[in-house]
Design a protein around this ligand. Sequence first.
Ligand code: SF4
Ligand code: SF4
Length: 174
Amino acid sequence: MEKDYEELLEQAKIDLPDNKRMLKHLKKKNLDELFQKHHEKVFKKIDCLICANCCTTTGPILLVRDIDRISKSLRMKPAVFEANYLRRDEEGDWVFKTMPCPFLGSDNYCLIYDVRPKACREYPHTDSKNMHKLFDITLTNSTICPAVAMILERIRAENGDKWTKKQIMQNQDR
Ligand code: SF4
Ligand code: SF4
């Protein structure tokens, strides 16, 4: 991963309490539009092909229809695909046996891109509907995905960083 991206993730770990406070205070109205706007701008700057951190470190949950679609494209029976590539996690969901993902190419392209799991298509979920229901996962993803880290950084900056502990104390002193 690029050094810039690593730095974004490091900073996001430090900023977790501020980001958590900010998300708690953001108004629900126009929240999806706010995230969507920054999602689009940030993904013009961040290049997934020089990152691939999600495919390297945190795998998707695979739904039955994902398994059916992928195994079909690999001309494999679903049971064989499961035996070769998948395991059940603690919650009983299907996940890849090994990470980095077995379908991550050496050039960071996804070898099953057209049929990839739904969770991969939707990651990192910052252009989802009902963002207010995704705050926990967004905070977690800010330490995995440099794009999410940057999106939260931008939303905080746009609001004058008023959720930092220091800023809150200064406001109380006024
Ligand atoms: S299936 Fe493709 S997009 Fe999903 S984790 Fe693997 S390499 Fe990444
Ligand atoms: S979605 Fe995020 S973590 Fe995954 S490759 Fe793109 S920038 Fe990196």
